[in-house]
Write a protein that binds this ligand. Structure first.
Ligand SMILES: *[C@@H]1O[C@H](CO)[C@@H](O)[C@H](O)[C@H]1NC(C)=O
Ligand SMILES: *[C@@H]1O[C@H](CO)[C@@H](O)[C@H](O)[C@H]1NC(C)=O
Ligand SMILES: *[C@@H]1O[C@H](CO)[C@@H](O)[C@H](O)[C@H]1NC(C)=O
Ligand SMILES: *[C@@H]1O[C@H](CO)[C@@H](O)[C@H](O)[C@H]1NC(C)=O
Ligand SMILES: *[C@@H]1O[C@H](CO)[C@@H](O)[C@H](O)[C@H]1NC(C)=O
Ligand SMILES: *[C@@H]1O[C@H](CO)[C@@H](O)[C@H](O)[C@H]1NC(C)=O
Ligand SMILES: *[C@@H]1O[C@H](CO)[C@@H](O)[C@H](O)[C@H]1NC(C)=O
Ligand SMILES: *[C@@H]1O[C@H](CO)[C@@H](O)[C@H](O)[C@H]1NC(C)=O
Ligand SMILES: *[C@@H]1O[C@H](CO)[C@@H](O)[C@H](O)[C@H]1NC(C)=O
Ligand SMILES: *[C@@H]1O[C@H](CO)[C@@H](O)[C@H](O)[C@H]1NC(C)=O
Ligand SMILES: *[C@@H]1O[C@H](CO)[C@@H](O)[C@H](O)[C@H]1NC(C)=O
Ligand SMILES: *[C@@H]1O[C@H](CO)[C@@H](O)[C@H](O)[C@H]1NC(C)=O
Length: 813
């Protein structure tokens, strides 16, 4: 015993053993292994013991029927074949409850094999059910296939109990053959991972559940759960290799050297890192080819992908330089494993990425040779894991997303269709005119806004909504044509879904866009300064790689214009139209009055008024907005901008820009709303082409009723109509000075709605056509009814009040 005492030696031996044991085998704090429906208390699979669910109280209602025995026993080559001999049938919603010793990530594994049981009361093939756990839907209306299968999930459990709920679908039942709830090292799943194509924006995984879609060992060899410290099954890559590949399978287990700084055996076992699939370049030694594997996955989800590498071929330094792709998008360029592993021969390494799969439900993994000068024409990969990431609704099952995808497509198609019809029938002239106008002014505009020292769009980060291009590409399925919801002079507008599930509208300036940089900047500056219920909200923008992309809140019902004519959308009733006028007037009122410098929108038109799912109006498109005359001493602006048909004649002739120019355009919109026809309609007889001229003519003749949208005739109160026409007409006064302020317009519109009979919150309908309409009444029941104070953010009460009093006076004048 020379150096050591007896005890010391014992301790030393024990701790050495523990060290060895600990480094070789992970000891899960939670380790529930359940063989469902088994009459025996214990079922042994390899070195693991599964207990019967009848002898433990996992199940909420164990009186449920349990059945055992199969007709056709699954082949014993399948891992845990004994587990598939019995099943637990659940004919109503049932919970399996497990108490959790240690919070953190756990594997949940569900074993399914739909056999026909001996006594044939239930045919497991006709089962259909959903499974949820910890707030995640793991399976939705699931129908197991015909062969034994294991569904594996990784869930970060943050409570002291895990409840697995099985819910049979209508007229069906659920079953399960076996269950596992087993802790796994938290390090296995990172807290975040980098999306493909080099974006620095990470995809957070802390709160997400993951489902294993593919866990693959390269080298055409599978690895049994018995040979994995975390009992994971690794399938052979053989079936996934693309047929036209030149591949060679390599095995050298003894070359693998797990190092202290590298991944542990828990990340992937020896039998994964010790085998690889290489490019077979014997036939064509200098060819730089890709090796590609293809996997079918559910579209509409993001996927976490882990690549396992281990150079078991050659002594370092490695001259294997790889380019790594997911669906043709770059994960890493010029990857050299030697650089990553300090040139330790046989040291494992892994790489993570997140990608979104949108349309074709496929993940193509390609490993190719990079173009660095000394790269051998080689490529290799040792292992691959693909895990589906739960979506923003906590869903991991594809059936729901494919449904909503279809719906989205239908909406997008119909909106695009409607836009197309309008474009062709109504607005050809209008668009052309606008384009020409913009083209000729683009040069001016740029000089106005860009000083030479500004290298980026925004020199100081005035706005904090900058999005990486990759995030937008993913949100829009890489600007998929099927997601286009609008096309204009500026470019296309796409419907997109951000990583967190937010639905957005993405406006992408065409590279040669007529709107140009100045308008892009103005729009972002305006929108980030002003937030109001009736102004469309800015979510972000992107100026990467010369892109001009603006992301807005998505407005379910599109443009007001679409609902007035040229589409087959349901017609709006009078009250809806009044409310839309009021909403947009509030938006403009806010622009004109909320800050010291009035903001002039300059492009008020029905195509720039958007409607949300409740038909609430929001003013959009601030690309032409400008500070008002207080700061533009001359009142003369160099470039007349706006939209043909809506342009203030005074502004057109004298280039004098004031808030009243917006009021004029708003008056045009009001008549557009009343008449349900385009502002310029070349298909009409002379005298009727221009809405404004026509209205003025008929008014002279006292036949204004002829202009009303036929759909509205007889469905509106005369007093309300009169009030509306009266104020709209005032907006069209030739001289700005004769036009009311937008606040007065707003007040009169509220009055018109009042006259129509307004629905107050309590549900009562107040018809107030004869009653005295005092200001107090107006305040309490109209202006502030829908949004109360929030509605006029930042606008001082007294200001609105005086505005209304002013309006009242003007009314009586
Ligand atoms: C199963 O376990 C229960 C107690 O948990 C025991 O009473 C019973 O005898 C066991 N049955 C077998 C077959 O071991
Ligand atoms: C569910 O199973 C229980 C236990 O076998 C049985 O009593 C009950 O009738 C079944 N219910 C249905 C709806 O099949
Ligand atoms: C099936 O269960 C019955 C009793 O429920 C038992 O007698 C029989 O041995 C079981 N069969 C198998 C294959 O486990
Ligand atoms: C299952 O658990 C959930 C909570 O996780 C509970 O709301 C539900 O009532 C339980 N159902 C049954 C049948 O016990
Ligand atoms: C079980 O159900 C499946 C599908 O519902 C059917 O194809 C099969 O014939 C059924 N088997 C028996 C024995 O009824
Ligand atoms: C699990 O969730 C908790 C609480 O959100 C978090 O602190 C922890 O980092 C998460 N663990 C992992 C491995 O994501
Ligand atoms: C992969 O291995 C399987 C047997 O495990 C074999 O049938 C198949 O031909 C192999 N694939 C290739 C490409 O060698
Ligand atoms: C586990 O791996 C060893 C070699 O590392 C091999 O001899 C053994 O057959 C494997 N066992 C299983 C069950 O795959
Ligand atoms: C496997 O790797 C060892 C180094 O650990 C090396 O000596 C041996 O030659 C390699 N075998 C083959 C077939 O490459
Ligand atoms: C494994 O790598 C380490 C360096 O990290 C080295 O010291 C050790 O000798 C290597 N082991 C084998 C078996 O090559
Ligand atoms: C993946 O590869 C398949 C077959 O080569 C191809 O049809 C498909 O378009 C590819 N998918 C993607 C997203 O690249
Ligand atoms: C490898 O695949 C990537 C992505 O699909 C592609 O860009 C590249 O051209 C391919 N290389 C070769 C040599 O085919």
């Amino acid at each position: 015993m020379g150096l050591f005492g007896k005890h010391e030696l014992l301790v030393l031996v024990m701790s050495t053993m523990c060290l060895m044991k600990c480094s070789l085998e992970y000891d899960p704090k939670d380790n529930y292994l359940v063989d469902c429906g088994s009459p025996a208390n214990r079922t042994t699979v390899g070195d693991r013991v599964f207990v019967s669910d009848s002898s433990h109280s996992f199940l909420s209602n164990p009186e449920q029927e349990s059945i055992n025995a199969t007709n056709s026993e699954p082949s014993s080559s399948i891992y845990g074949s004994l587990l598939y001999r019995t099943a637990r049938i659940l004919n109503r919603t049932s919970n399996f409850t497990f108490s959790i010793n240690q919070h953190g990530r756990h594997f949940v594994r569900l074993y399914f094999f739909p056999f026909v049981p001996d006594h044939q009361t239930y045919n497991l093939s006709s089962s259909k059910f959903s499974v949820s756990a910890h707030g995640f839907t793991l399976l939705k209306d699931f129908q197991p296939g015909v062969t034994p299968s294991v569904k594996e999930y990784s869930i970060n459990i943050t409570s002291d109990e895990l409840v697995l709920t099985f819910t049979p679908s209508a007229n069906s039942f659920a079953f399960v053959n076996a269950l596992e709830v087993v802790s796994h090292p938290d390090e296995l799943i990172p807290v975040s991972a980098q999306p493909v194509e080099g974006s620095t924006n990470h995809h957070g995984l802390i709160a997400q559940a993951l489902e294993t879609v593919a866990r693959i060992n390269m080298g055409n060899q599978s690895v049994s759960p018995d040979n994995d410290t975390l009992w994971r099954a690794w399938n052979s890559d053989g079936p996934f290799v693309k047929r036209n590949n030149f591949v060679r399978f390599v095995t050298n287990l003894s070359a693998v050297n797990y190092t202290e700084n590298g991944p542990s055996v828990d990340i992937a076992p020896l039998s994964v890192y010790g085998t690889a699939t290489k490019l077979d370049n014997e036939q064509n030694p200098s060819a730089r080819l890709n090796n590609t594997w293809s996997f079918n996955v559910d579209p509409g989800f993001s996927y976490f992908v882990r690549f396992h590498f281990c150079d078991i071929f050659q002594l370092p330094p490695s001259d294997l330089w790889l380019n790594i792709y997911l669906n043709s998008m770059s994960v890493k360029k010029d990857f050299n494993i030697g650089l990553e592993t300090s040139n330790v021969y046989g040291a494992p390494y892994f790489l993570d990425a997140v990608t979104r799969v949108s349309r074709d439900g496929m993940i193509n993994v390609s490993i190719g040779t990079s173009n660095v000068y000394n790269a051998l024409p080689e490529s290799f990969l040792n292992g691959l894991e693909i895990m589906k990431i739960s979506n923003s609704k906590g869903n991991l099952d594809g059936s729901l997303t494919s449904l909503s995808k279809k719906k989205v497509w239908v909406i997008a198609a119909s909106v695009a269709g409607a836009l197309f019809i309008i474009g062709v029938l109504g607005c050809l002239i209008f668009i052309l005119c606008r384009r020409n106008k913009r083209k000729s002014k683009a040069g001016h505009a740029k000089q106005e806004y860009l000083s030479p020292d500004e290298s980026t769009i925004f020199s100081k980060s005035k706005v904090g909504y900058r999005f990486p291009l990759i995030a937008i590409q993913e949100a829009t399925d890489r600007f998929s044509e099927s997601l286009v919801i609008g096309i204009g002079g500026f470019g296309k507008v796409y419907k997109g879904t951000l990583f967190d599930g937010t639905v957005v509208a993405v406006k992408r300036g065409a590279p040669q866009s007529n709107q140009g940089l100045a308008e892009f900047r103005t729009e972002i500056e305006m929108l980030s300064q002003f937030r109001h219920r009736h102004l469309v909200s800015l979510i972000g923008y992107c100026d990467e790689r010369n892109e001009m992309i603006i992301i807005y809140e998505y407005m379910e019902n599109g443009t007001l214009k679409n609902h007035l004519y040229g589409s087959d959308l349901p017609k709006l009733n009078w009250r809806q139209r009044l409310e839309i006028c009021i909403g947009s007037a509030k938006g403009l009122h806010y622009l004109h009055t909320s800050s010291a410098k009035a903001i002039i929108h300059r492009d008020v038109k029905s195509a720039n008024i958007l409607l949300d799912e409740n038909f609430m109006a929001k003013v959009a498109d601030f690309g032409l907005s400008k500070n008002g005359p207080e700061f533009d001493q001359s009142h003369v602006s160099t470039a007349v901008k706006g939209s043909f048909g809506y342009l203030d004649p005074e502004y057109m002739t004298r280039q004098q820009l004031t808030e009243k120019s917006d009021v004029y355009s708003f008056g045009v919109v009001m008549f557009e709303i009343l008449c349900g026809r385009p502002v310029i309609d070349p298909s009409r007889p002379r005298g009727m082409v221009s809405l404004v001229e026509w209205v003025k003519e008929l008014q002279k003749q006292g036949e204004l009723e002829k202009i009303i949208d036929p759909y509205l005739v007889g469905k509106m109160k005369m007093e309300s109509l009169k009030k509306f026409v009266d104020i709209a007409d005032k907006c069209l006064a030739d001289e700005g000075i004769d036009r009311p302020a937008i606040g007065d317009v707003l007040w009169n519109l509220e009055y018109a709605l009042q006259l129509e009979g307004v629905e107050i919150k309590t549900g009562q309908t107040v018809v107030n056509d004869s009653a005295k309409y005092n200001v107090e009444n107006g305040v309490s029941s109209t202006v502030f009814t829908e949004g109360s104070m929030g509605d006029l953010d930042g606008v001082s009460m007294s200001r609105v009040f005086s505005e209304m009093v002013k309006g009242d006076k003007q009314e009586m004048r």
